[in-house]
Design a binder for this molecule. Structure first.
Ligand SMILES: Nc1ncnc2c1ncn2[C@@H]1O[C@H](COP(=O)(O)OP(=O)(O)OP(=O)(O)O)[C@@H](O)[C@H]1O
Ligand SMILES: [Mg+2]
Length: 336
């Protein structure tokens, strides 16, 4: 098998937290594995707080991992000194568009300065004329009018800031572009333009995308493959067309049934209750077991849950070469 562009193995991120009961660990990313091949667009979906942003920030090393491995074209990113990471040559190849375009832009940098920074810092280009030409080229490609380049973030609209964020990430023509909800804060008409831009960039530059979104319709349109995350773990993955047509995991079934255009009865109470807390108290394994912590994260909300779901975490298993699911009852769950 050829080396994948990105290979993530058993990735873990725990945040130490204080609760009224004492010290605990918040399991934001709890043993995640997946691959992305060159040229693939992969969608990452799941409800708010399930760990999507934490996962993608680990991939770009803007957050230190607690455990696991991230291999990019075979190189273990975890072995690179975090202090060297911002200027490491691999950073050119993995770029990120952050969830909030406004917060991610330096208020003291004009749009031109923002786009010029990676060219100077990561590509080592110092010639001002060359920088200007590359900045103008990416601005044109991302539909950012050149007269906006001298402006600062507070002088730009939300859609224009989103374009600056995407242009900054694309200016070095990375092999992998990680986009964390790039359209969430925008109104629908601007969202459509940004999504068209992403489709154009994919076609023109041939890069791979990891696309985080709440919007399943967008993921269905834009992505080749989908990863479904629930409470820090991947619970299902597969080719987008297949996964949307026949979701297998009860959580994916509920997510897809909730799309208004799915033709399903969205009033059906498919997801009763709240997600479990991602916080686990610092406790021995025995205590963890008696506290019911070794269980499927979806157990309290799942219509098919059994005793087994309350005593063991289901591992992700292959249904076919491209299809995976983590559910104890995969063979008996009714078809969607
Ligand atoms: N620095 C931190 N310290 C403690 N907990 C954190 C930290 N960052 C994130 N978390 C927690 O980790 C969990 C996952 O958060 P994350 O931002 O990854 O979710 P998300 O899936 O991106 O949500 P959304 O869809 O709302 O953006 C949440 O419970 C969040 O409160
Ligand atoms: Mg997020």
């Amino acid at each position: 098998m050829s080396t994948p562009l990105l290979e993530v193995m058993d990735l873990v991120k725990h945040f130490p937290v204080k609760t009224p009961q004492g010290k605990g660990m918040l399991h934001a990313v709890d043993g995640v594995s997946f691959r992305i091949e060159a040229g693939e667009t992969v969608g990452l979906v799941g409800e708010s707080g399930c760990g999507k942003s934490t996962l993608v920030r680990l991939l770009t090393r803007t957050l230190a991992l607690s455990d696991g491995q991230i291999r990019f074209l075979g190189t273990d990113l975890g072995l690179i000194d975090p202090l060297r990471m911002p200027s490491h040559k691999l950073r050119r190849d993995v770029q990120m568009v952050f969830q909030d375009a406004h917060d991610s832009l330096n208020p003291r940098y004009s749009a031109h300065d923002t786009l010029a920074e990676p060219l100077k810092l990561l590509a080592g280009i110092q010639d001002e004329a060359e920088i200007r030409s590359k900045v103008e080229e990416i601005a044109t490609l991302t539909g950012l009018p050149l007269e906006l380049l001298p402006r600062f973030p507070h002088q730009l609209s939300g859609g224009q800031k989103a374009r600056v964020g995407i242009a900054r990430a694309a200016v070095l023509r990375p092999k992998l572009l990680v986009l964390d909800e790039p359209t969430a804060a925008l109104d629908v008409s601007v969202q459509v333009l940004i999504l068209q831009l992403l489709a154009d960039l994919k076609r023109e530059l041939g890069m791979s995308f990891l696309f985080v979104s709440h919007d399943l319709n967008v993921v269905r349109l834009l992505c080749d493959r989908v990863l479904v995350m629930y409470l820090g773990r991947i619970v299902e993955s597969g080719p987008a067309a297949e996964l949307f047509a026949s979701p297998k995991h009860p959580y994916t079934q509920a997510l897809i049934a909730s799309i208004p255009s799915s033709g399903r009865d969205v009033s059906r109470d498919l997801l009763p209750g709240e997600p479990q807390s991602p916080i686990r108290m610092l406790a021995s394994r025995t205590v963890a077991l008696t506290q019911g912590l070794e269980r499927c994260g979806f157990q309290g909300r799942c219509p098919h849950a059994s005793e087994r779901c309350a005593s063991a975490i289901p591992e992700l298993q292959a249904l076919s070469p491209l299809r995976q699911i983590a559910c104890h009852h995969v063979s008996t769950i009714p078809a969607f």
